[in-house]
Design a protein around this ligand. Sequence first.
Ligand code: FAD
Length: 497
Amino acid sequence: MSAESVWWQHRGHPPTQPADPDPGQAGPDETFDTVVVGAGVTGLTTALALVRAGRSVLVVEARHPGAVTTGRTTGKVSALQGTTLSSLTSQHGSGGRRRLEAYVESSLAALDWVAAFCEETGVPAQRRDAVTYAAAPEEVPTVRDEHEAAASLGLDVAWRGTPDLPVPAHAATVLADQLQLDPVALVLALLDRVRAGGGRLLTGRRVQRLRQRGEVVHVLGEDGLDVRGEHVVLATGTPVVDRRLHFARLTPQRSYLVAYRHPAPPEVMALSAGSPGRSWRGGEVDGSGLLLVGGEGHETGRGRRESTRVDRLRSWTAEHFPDAVELAAWSAQDYVSLDGLPLVGGLGSPTSRVSVATGYRKWGLTSGVAAGLALAGEQTGAPVPWARDLYTRAPRLRDLPAFLGVQAGVAAGEVGSLARGVRRPPSRAATEAGGCAALPVCTHLGGTLRWNDHEQTYDCPLHGSRFSADGEVLEGPATRSLARLPRRGGRHAGETT
Ligand SMILES: Cc1cc2nc3c(=O)[nH]c(=O)nc-3n(C[C@H](O)[C@H](O)[C@H](O)COP(=O)(O)OP(=O)(O)OC[C@H]3O[C@@H](n4cnc5c(N)ncnc54)[C@H](O)[C@@H]3O)c2cc1C
């Protein structure tokens, strides 16, 4: 079964490099108003908002637009986000109330923006109820907390004591009129509009360094990449150039999705409140009913084998949706910040010309859009109303335990990898996948990589960098391929026979 998302699978995968010379390639001597690094939802929204404001923009993408998390999401655009609002409320207390209000405002603004964009460009998107439900009686208080947190932050949620759902449910909170869509259709339409507005795209070029010279930032990388911008936005999932050690304030969270053909897909977008949580929704692909089932989140490169997690989703689906026929199973990752809110703004000094946007805790189709609009608003002198209250980045003493928890998790991840002996030459599975040439030591900070038996990749338990079986960077903070093992007698050193 393909580990590619159903969104790419049914289109056929795009090439990493454009096949023909791209008419939109950057000229060598130009300084752009903004260089956006990364063509996911964040980068493309930022780019579009900037070109609409008359700015010159170059988007530099290491792989292809939508290659990483955005092209692998569930495609829900919603202000009700599982149990996010109640967990943020308990994390931030009453002192953080204005920040959480601003978070909800940003989600609603992003939802409106995406809805208007889809209508304008013809991207198919359906209005659906977003539902957070109790799959077991003991989850009811959690759902009640979410309902109260959402209502107190101004969302028009409805309580359902006996929800009408196709799976066992003991209570639910429901927010009507949210949106579901095909995220790759969104990416392609954003890209189309960026180009139509004069923005340019450079694909297949990985950025590795930034160098500031006066008011110009040089964006440097693979194959002699050297482009210039007055501003740079790192919309790379997690920052790949990191003067403020953002990676040490983020936890990479991987989770799994299985897509099925289904004769009568559900008409809601649902997320259960307990653990393990289940996220599911209906839809349509290639003219047939589509069911998406997700869950089994964990820190990247840590915990039980990846393939067993997919099997748990399959078992759950077989029990609750017996008519489902599997189409694709894949995984993706997103980043959770110490305080649970997006990390958006200048990297380094407050007057920095380099900005980052990350930490969406798996809700980047709203938070990434909001971040893009905010960053563009900041650069064009038209700030969005929620930005100042939401994106405060001063370190807080109360986040210290969370910071220490992240570092303890990093250390435990490394110890776990070493204990499993992953520093040994690659396993037979890796060898079969062509992985025998790569040394499984992360090029970011030297973490011991773990073989992911579902995706056939090397995953770093420290900060979430991931590499293909032959060592190419796939995602995460790493910017360089794995070192190659020397060949001995026609075989790679350590290759199993
Ligand atoms: C399983 C799963 C399901 C999800 N479902 C939903 C959902 O239903 N709704 C929702 O709102 N959110 C969802 N999310 C979260 C959402 O998908 C992400 O928050 C969002 O896609 C992040 O977008 P991004 O543009 O910041 O990052 P990405 O989409 O990862 O884009 C980053 C881009 O930067 C490029 N890049 C990275 N490094 C470099 C470099 N050095 N040089 C050049 N380019 C580089 C990458 O190749 C990539 O194309 C889900 C997340 C997961 C894991």
